[in-house]
Ligand binder design. Structure first.
Ligand code: 9Z3
Length: 311
């Protein structure tokens, strides 16, 4: 889908030109350092049902997969462009919602010369200092950029802009498409202007299919990149076939197949000629190991082989 085509169905959101510039300079700087860069998409998209929207179609995605994966990619030395749903899980912060630190963090004295002093019992906030340090290290090194979306339209335009930014890196660019993107939307031309009245009785809406962006991404936007999509199902008996089907249709490198109930402990990494099951044991769960560490480890090795093959 060309840029003009995308804009006909999904009007360009405010600020897209500015964000494109920011993403281009982020990836160019890291590319010049010889660093690999991954685009991690994360969280669900929101689809308005009315022009002055009161109601929306949304989905379950918490953004946890994307946030935890972004941390693992940073630890592996990647530059991370994190395209995420506003207010969904954020790397290094998502394990510490306000209720964990509101009572644990205390002012340790009056602010002095504009400096705020806080203290906490180490045991009350395990991992907090390490998470702050990791985030601040990435910020100082310029290896992490977060860009947020809320609606499907914002997501689609930002994905295209991110692809333009990563394309010059060739095979060193990776796309890790973990966001749960809506399959359905109401076109602007068919949207009611105002709140749909409840006095009209039961609501019937016809929604159009969202075009699959994987197709232009693989063919036109970043044809040399290493591309991973995710396939989510609720029926375990069909997920591998669906993943294989996606690989045949879009001809990208990897599909990570997962089932809604077990998504945090089991995934299958599917490629043209392999299927690798990744499972977390109970001991690993107790130790605090997360499945994303295994997913990223596997994909990093595959990415290395992919780069070697292209050079
Ligand atoms: C996934 O399958 C992700 O693993 C999850 C992560 C969304 C399940 P959470 O954000 O969940 O940690 O709560 N993402 C892709 C889901 C998806 O919609 N895939 C499309 C499909 O299955 C293909 S692009 O058709």
């Amino acid at each position: 889908m060309a840029e003009t085509e995308l804009s006909t169905e999904f009007p360009k959101p405010d600020g897209i030109t500015r964000w494109t510039e920011v993403m281009v300079s982020f990836t160019a700087k890291l590319g010049a350092q010889g660093r690999r860069v991954v685009l991690v998409t994360s969280g669900g998209t929101k689809v308005p049902l009315e022009a002055r929207a009161v109601r929306f179609l949304d989905n379950f995605s918490s953004g946890r997969r994307g946030a935890t994966s972004a941390e693992a990619f940073l630890a592996a030395g990647y530059g991370v462009l994190f395209l995420y749903r506003s207010r969904s899980a954020f790397p290094f912060a998502h394990r510490f919602p306000p209720q964990t630190w509101l009572s644990a963090l205390r002012p340790s004295g009056p602010a002095q010369s504009g400096r705020l002093c806080l203290e906490a019992d180490e045991k009350a906030l395990p991992g907090f200092a390490a998470a702050l340090q990791s985030y601040q290290d990435a910020a100082a090194a310029g290896t992490f950029l977060a860009v947020e979306f809320t609606t499907l339209t914002e997501y689609l335009h930002l994905l295209q802009a991110a692809a333009q930014a990563l394309n010059p890196l060739g095979p060193s660019a990776m796309f890790y498409l973990a966001a749960a993107v809506s399959d359905f939307y109401v076109p602007v031309s068919e949207m009611p202007q105002h709140k749909i009245p409840s006095s009209g009785g039961p609501l019937q809406i016809t929604m159009k299919m969202v075009p699959k962006m994987l197709s232009p991404l693989v063919k036109d936007w970043a044809p040399k990149a290493f591309i991973i999509s995710f396939k989510l199902e609720t029926d375990p008996s069909i997920v591998i076939d669906r993943a294989r089907n996606a690989l045949e249709v879009y001809r990208h490198q990897v599909v990570v197949a997962n089932i809604l109930e077990s998504k945090q402990s089991f995934v299958v990494i599917v490629t043209k000629d392999s299927e690798t099951k990744l499972l977390l044991s109970e001991e690993e769960v107790e130790k605090g190991i997360e499945i994303e560490e295994k997913i990223v480890d596997n994909l990093q090795s595959q990415h290395t082989a992919f780069i070697c093959d292209k050079n």
